[in-house]
Ligand binder design. Structure first.
Ligand code: FAD
Length: 378
């Protein structure tokens, strides 16, 4: 079988992969995305809360002057279904703490499609229904051979944008935690119809042991409702628990979805010779709130810029990881600490309630949600 050579190959057309492709293609780089799905963004694996630029620069460091990213977060009205400027976090008793938010709810199908269109307009190519089935590093030439059902590819740079299960790293390094994200949290969500809140609501306690349940309104009578729990913490099926949660709230379930969120923090090695991990594949999700869309887009851009720097000035590709750590490091570290404290604290509803009643009024819950340093390590 003939082998096709491309300068850059990206595995996965999620927000990380398409943002990376757009940034590279705008600078004239030949870039091909291999995507296993038939339709970009479908099925959605998300709560569909998408942060605005204000939320992004409030959480991460050193992005204020990055005009390309600022423009990328200027989303058109057509994909913004419902403004999310308020969040409520409910304790098991029903008591709530309120916070401001700068985000919106969208359909991931539309959102991912919008990002992909921008990449293609910039000159990137996307091949759909093209799952990568194996990757080998050939020992003599040290080059990569990428195998799909129908084709074989080689490339100068390979980007792993394949999401939480990090398939590129899996093919190259098996289960090695140095390269693959850890603490995969199972989630289930439903698109629902009924009387939904105006606000992004989060519920803590036995409804979602060592995790949380969410309601993210997408319109006046529709919402994305979901549960994320620590693996093994829930007895029975997560989908059944979600159904009960929706039934109790009298919400009609229109469809189900689910996926894995890597909650173990960033992988140790994001750059492995000419392979770079971005987005969820690099473990860049916020462990305390499960948000990963903005980090996916930003890391995709950073990976592209690291390659451009490498081509122009021979700057080592490892500059990508330095930049990721400088930008996300503080927030990810704080968020990981909060999640680990949550795993310890959330033993049952009574303990959860008592501890959060103490931490809530002094800003402890807000800090966990916003990925600030937890109060207990001040
Ligand atoms: C239930 C749930 C709720 C979430 N809610 C939110 C939220 O509300 N807000 C938020 O910011 N984040 C949320 N997240 C996290 C967010 O979805 C991810 O952080 C984000 O999608 C990561 O983008 P990505 O491009 O890295 O990966 P993905 O979006 O996962 O994209 C990976 C792509 O790679 C493709 N792929 C995988 N393997 C292969 C292969 N072998 N060959 C070819 N293609 C492949 C996949 O089909 C997919 O298109 C949620 C996650 C889950 C699971």
């Amino acid at each position: 079988m003939a082998v096709e050579h491309r300068e850059v190959i990206i595995v996965g057309a999620g927000p990380a992969g398409t943002t990376c492709a757009q940034r590279l293609a705008e600078d004239g780089i030949d870039v091909l995305i291999l995507e296993r799905r038939e339709i970009i963004g479908n099925p959605a694996q998300c709560g569909e809360c998408i942060p605005n630029w204000g939320e992004v620069i409030g959480t991460f460091s050193g992005l204020e002057d990055h005009q390309w990213l600022k423009d990328s977060f200027d989303f058109p009205d057509r994909i913004q279904l419902h403004r999310l400027d308020h969040m409520r976090v409910f304790l098991p008793s029903g008591k709530a703490y309120h916070f401001d938010l700068d985000a919106f709810a969208g359909h991931r199908l539309q959102f991912d499609g919008y990002l992909a269109e921008k990449a293609v307009s910039a000159g990137a190519e996307i091949r759909m229904s093209e799952p990568v089935q194996n990757i080998k590093r050939r020992s003599k030439s040290n080059s990569l051979l990428i195998v799909t059902e129908n084709s074989r590819y080689t490339c100068d740079l390979l980007i792993d944008g394949s999401g939480s299960l990090a398939h590129v790293s899996r093919f190259l390094h098996g289960k090695d935690k140095e390269y693959r994200p850890d603490d995969q949290v199972p989630t289930a969500y439903a698109q629902v119809r009924g009387k939904v809140p105006e606000t992004f609501d989060v519920f803590l306690g036995s409804v979602a042991p060592k995790g949380y349940a969410w309601i993210i309104p997408k319109g006046p009578d529709t919402a994305n409702v979901g549960l994320g729990v620590r693996a093994g913490a829930l007895k029975g099926s997560i989908k059944e628990h979600l159904k009960k949660f929706c039934d109790d709230l009298n919400l009609e379930i229109l469809s189900y979805g689910g996926g894995w969120i890597p909650m173990g923090g960033p992988v140790k090695t994001m750059v492995d010779q000419n392979v770079i991990a971005i987005g969820d594949a690099a473990g860049l999700v916020m462990p305390s709130n499960g948000g990963g869309i903005s980090q996916a887009m930003i890391s995709g851009c950073f990976a592209a810029e690291a390659y451009l720097e490498f081509k122009q000035h021979q700057t080592p590709l490892t500059s990508y990881q330095d930049r990721v750590e400088a930008c996300f490091g503080r927030a990810l570290k704080n968020s990981l600490r909060s999640k680990n404290m949550g795993y310890l604290m959330f033993q049952n509803d009574l303990i959860t309630e008592v501890l959060l009643r103490v931490l809530g009024p002094i800003g402890g819950i807000k800090r966990a949600m916003e990925c600030d340093k937890p109060l207990w390590v001040l």
